[in-house]
Every structure is written in C-alpha cells, then in structure tokens.
Design a protein around this ligand. Structure first.
Ligand code: PHB
Length: 393
C-alpha cells in the first residue's frame, strides 16, 4: 500500500521538525543545569571562610528563585584544604571529570594562583571570591578571570596611609610567609614609607603555623611604635589572643588588614576590643542595601554575615550579570566578559566596578572593633584601584 499524500507530507514535517530541534543548542531544549565548581577550604584554618563564601553565594541564587538567566544551578564541591600542592589536580578534576561550566574559588592565594593558571590555559570562566593574590589581577590576568573580593595590596596600602597619618614612625610587621602575607605587608610598606614611616623588621611564620611566642618576644624587644599584621581565620583568632596575653596590646598598638577581626570576634572576645583595621566591608554600614543583605543572611543561616559572605554573594551577582548578558549560554565568553567589564555591582559593601584587570575598584573602610562588630570609623581610601601591575589585557 502506498502512503497517502497527506501521510507523506506529515512525515516530512516530522522529520524537518526533529532535525531542527537537534540543531538547536541544548539550552533551548529545556535549559540543562549550569554546573558551578565550588573550590573552597572546608577544613583547616580557613574552613569558616569557605563556608561563609558558599552561604553568601547560595543566598543570591535563592533570592533569584534558584535560577540564573533561566538556568538552574548544580554545585560540585571540592575541599581544597588551602593546600596549593593539591590545587592543580583539584581544579583539573572539576574541569575534566565534572565538566563544570564555571569555577568559583578560592580563599588561599597559592590555591587561587594554581586555579588561575588552569583557568587561563583552558579558558574556563573563573570568579575568585576571596584570595587576594596580586598576580591573579596582575601578570596572570586573563579575559576569563574575575575577582569579587580584593587584591592583597588594597587593605595593606590603605592601612599604611592611616598609620603614617597617626604619626607612627617605626613599625614591625608580622604575618604568614606566603603570597597573601607578603603582599599585604608590601602594600602597607609602600604607602607607610611614602608617608614618612619606616618598617624596621618583617617577621613571619610559615602558613598555617600559629607558634607566635618567639616572635612576640622579638616585638617586645624591638619596641616599635606600632605593629601591622595580616592573619585570617583560625590563625587570626590565635594571634589576637596571644598578642594580648603577651601584654603587648597595652604597649604597642596593633593594626591589621581587616581579616584579622572579620568572622573572628566571637572567638577573640575582649582581646580584640578597639582594634583598628582596614577592609572593603564593615558591620555597620547602615545602607538599605547592606541592611537587607544582613537581614536575609541572618534569617537564612542563623549567623551574622562577614566579609567572606559578602564576597560569595557578589561572586554570584557577577555570575548573574555575565549569564544574563549571554542568555544563559556561558560558551559566549567574550560577551560574558564584556558585560562584567561594564557592570556596576550592587554589593552590600557599596557599589563597585571592575578595574581593567578585573579587580574591584572599591572604598576601603577604617573599622574599629566594638562589641561583636567591626564598626565603621571612616573611609580610609575612596574608590581604591589595585594598580594591576604586569597585567596585559
Ligand atoms: C589569601 O590567601 O589571599 C587570603 C586568605 C584569607 C584572607 C585573605 C586573603 O582572609
């Protein structure tokens, strides 16, 4: 029996429709989930920081109804342990085994530099939600690498100006011996010495050691006008407590990059009272935007937010800006990046734009510990841009 003319036509239409459908990108066939690779520390001295970043990131997605640019989000998580020696393997697994569409990470500068190298080589989109490694938005910068946080240089540079203006002349620095500590000290020294001061001694312990006793004895003997420090997470808690226990808090003023007292105040208690630090966030900004964020975060997690939560939230906001511009198709990398380069991110910290090398241009606040809060004192440095030294974009 030969098929009728009508059957033939209807078969032809079906074939046409099927081939048209298979030619469409997967997206149009019901938007597959967007795979986000979260590479963060969930153990070790920076564990609380990793958790706060993830909380902040998820909060923004929840506020958007669980989708960005129409795509549901699927998370693949790796505990990077803040261990740079495992970082390249970890990031390669996320890209090659798990096929993530975008990488979010990490906290530790050494880990982030390994991620940036692989992201640059493979073209995978990377948003760094903490690590300040100057190189990531310096010599290692790339069109597909963005940061929602800060460069190590930024809070250090702002504090150098503050300490010089206070009239301190002789400063000892103390930190962990790795990129974040070294670069924070370098930023501080640059502006402090420009302002007429002198860094007379640079002390350090290997990361993540917390054996500070011998170095605190050295500080007491050197009798500087002040101390500048970079520590964070569990190490910051121990350092602030040891500094007070050694009797130094009463005799040598302690200044730090704001990580020293962010997310740590419950554990530091009275030993952190009145400390002055510089950072791109404070707990009492009092803007409608920050108030709304703080309320939503506290409701969702029964926790107060900190700078890490803000950076995670803003990493998700940045991802949303890029994805919206490409209607969810993250393979359109040039358009994704162009949208972010033009964006003004409505952050709880205050709005920020991105520098040419993709680092936030932002106000750095001077804060003082009062109770369980890093209270706003003043803007130490308005719209401070990392110089992006060595970045060719
Ligand atoms: C870093 O390694 O870049 C780093 C880690 C923790 C912080 C800030 C910077 O709180």
């Amino acid at each position: 029996m030969t098929p009728s003319r009508r059957t033939l036509i209807s078969r032809a239409i079906t074939t046409l429709a099927l081939s048209a459908l298979s030619a469409l990108p997967a997206l149009a066939q019901g938007s597959p989930k967007l795979k986000v690779g979260l590479m963060l520390p969930y153990t070790g001295t920076y564990a609380a920081l990793g958790n706060a970043i993830e909380n902040g990131f998820r909060l923004h997605i929840t506020e958007q109804g669980g989708k960005l640019a129409g795509r549901e989000i699927e998370f693949v998580k790796v505990d990077d342990e803040s261990d740079p020696s495992k970082a390249t393997d970890n990031v390669n697994k996320l890209i090659k085994r798990d096929n993530v569409d975008v990488l979010i990470g990490s906290v530790h500068s050494g880990v982030a530099m390994a991620m940036a190298k692989v992201a640059k080589d493979t073209g995978t989109m990377l948003i760094v939600p903490n690590a300040g490694a100057d190189a990531v938005t310096g010599p290692m910068c790339a069109s597909n690498i963005f940061r929602s946080s800060f460069s190590n240089w930024q809070p250090g540079y702002a504090m150098g100006e503050v300490v010089a203006k206070k009239g301190h002349k002789k400063v000892v620095t103390i930190t962990w011996k790795y990129a974040a500590g070294d670069e924070s000290i370098r930023g501080f020294k640059e502006s402090f010495e420009k302002g007429g001061g002198k860094v007379v001694k640079e002390l350090s312990v290997p990361f993540p050691n917390v054996e500070f006793q011998a170095l605190l004895t050295e500080i007491a003997a050197a009798k500087p006008d002040a101390v500048y420090t970079f520590f964070a997470g569990g190490g910051a808690v121990k350092f602030v407590k040891d500094y007070a226990a050694a009797g130094l808090k009463k005799t040598v003023p302690l200044y730090g990059a704001g990580f020293l007292t962010d997310g740590t105040l419950d554990a530091q208690g009275a030993d952190a009272a009145d400390l002055l630090t510089t950072l791109h966030y404070a707990d009492s900004l009092g803007t409608p935007r920050d108030n709304a964020f703080r309320l939503a975060y506290a409701k969702a997690y029964k926790l107060q937010p900190d700078v890490y939560a803000v950076q995670g939230y803003d990493a998700a906001q940045m991802l949303a800006v890029g994805l919206t511009a490409v209607k969810g198709d993250i393979s359109k990398k040039a358009e994704f990046s162009a949208a972010l380069e033009k964006a003004r991110i409505d952050s709880p910290r205050g709005p920020f734009t991105l520098s040419k090398s993709h680092n936030p241009v932002q106000d750095i606040y001077l804060r003082q510990v009062g109770g369980k809060k890093n209270k706003l004192v003043s803007i130490a440095s308005k719209a401070l841009a990392d110089p992006g030294r060595g970045c060719k974009l």
